[in-house]
Ligand binder design. Sequence first.
Ligand SMILES: [Zn+2]
Length: 589
Amino acid sequence: MKLQYILEMKKPQTHFYNVTMNIEDFTEDSMLLTMPAWAPGSYEIYDFARFVRGLVAKSGDTELEIQKRDKSTWKVNTKGYNSINVSYEVFANELSVHTSHVDSTHGFLNGTSVFLYVEGYKDQSLELIIRPYGDWRVSTGLEKLSDNRYRAVNYDILVDSPIEVGNHRSLYFSVDGKEHEIVLYGHGNENEEIIREDVKKIVEQYAKIFGHLPYKRYVFIYHLVSDDDQSGGLEHLNSTTIDIDRFTFSPFEKYKHFLSVTSHEFFHLWNVKRIRPVELGPFNYKEENYTTMLWMAEGFTNFYGYHVLLRAGLIDQKEYFRYLAENMRYHDFLPGSRNTSASESSFDAWIKLYRPTPNNINSYISYYLKGELLGFVMDLMIIETTKGAKSLDDFYRLLMDKYNKDGKGYTEKDVMAALKDVSGRDFSDFFANYVRKPGILDFSREMKSIGFTLKKGYRKVDGIEPREKAYLGIIVRTNGGRYVVDSVVEGSPAFEAGINPKDEIVALDSFRFGDVFLKDAKEEVKRLKLDNLSTFKPGQEVRVTLFRRGIMHQINATLATAPYELYEIVEDPSPVQGYEPLRSKFFTG
Ligand SMILES: [Zn+2]
């Protein structure tokens, strides 16, 4: 069979892509054409067929009979014809990393939401011709044959290569003789030179870890968007798309987010793209693909994402420890960490991480957070066991050797075997207790091996650290000057007193409820605020005035001692002997 796709955007301002598939040398009597229901890396059913219209199949001038088979599949009657063309339109007006977008300013395609595949022929090599609008040009990780003509060895590669079409800026740099393109769509407070230098530093650091870069060319596609737009990143084989606040480039407090998401998505080219859980490929695009290993695929990527910034000199140790300690605090604070294991968290990504309920904080913990902390602990365990000779880097080099070559994925068993190979240590008990069970990690024990310890306490009030603080246990989202409960912490006074998500809090005793009673629930997640009642005492009874479905209620609650709000990683006053080499190994890899 011969397969060619032609992509056009004749009137970009109307948000439609026109796709034509030319299929030759096809011998069967019928053909099934399917639009994916999800985009790999984004574990959510999206049913991209919703955006398709006007599907027509022809052979020459003869229109062929088409039947819709299920929500995502069309059946074309090809009897008597071995060369056909299929054309359709795709409505693309959602700018996110896992959808497609076209408007008067640019076109962006995530292939799973634009290209149909021929059932039974996903392995077929194919050609893509792009006809850009006006003077627009194309940037993509796809193999280029000539101007606007590309090739993919199969459908998976086609849809794993996002495409940016427009008048975007492109910056270039090279590492190890490989070309890297940075695509910038949109403007904000960026500095092109600093972006180029810092992204290069990240690439160099990973090249050092793995010894080489396993691609010919790599493309970073950045969409500089507004604060209200969806932000995020999505990993691909030779590229990534990152949608980020256009004003993220300064001050450094914000810029470090740009660096960490870049580092995270780049590490994915190994972790999940070339070294993957066995269930994540070849993909079944029609339905959920379940795996228990996202804590490693995403969580370890988070761990490397930040750790590599430290190793590249882009953040200092103080910042690294601040970030790590904040994640440890949040992990301990979330009741969900006591209810969901890392494996279960991964398996339920489709219905819990991507479709959270207001009770998620009590029943679920994200595999990003849990996995990142597992990565930290396991790195230290390897370093400690091998007296600094090996680290998690060696584990990844081993996996790359083993699993990239045959293209197969790993199982949890394979991961345990690789950990044992690298460290000589048996991780069976650790997996049983901390991966498959919602066991609480003891960070202090592992940190002692590198001469640090964990200090827990409260933020200072008027220069003095309080011995305790009071809290109600509500997590609030501010909404146009209104304070609406997003979640209630299980076991907290608010939980016991029956304050509910969606309640609008208006007063505590006789005080109007406001910002003064709130602080960030997690430093990196600014939209969620936890109550912070430093002027009240634990044990004190307060009257909470709230509106619920338009009716005012007054509820009494007895305040409790707030969980610690500040974890700090500090020098251990009595470190274990020989910690120095272990410490240096942790910081330099
Ligand atoms: Zn990721």
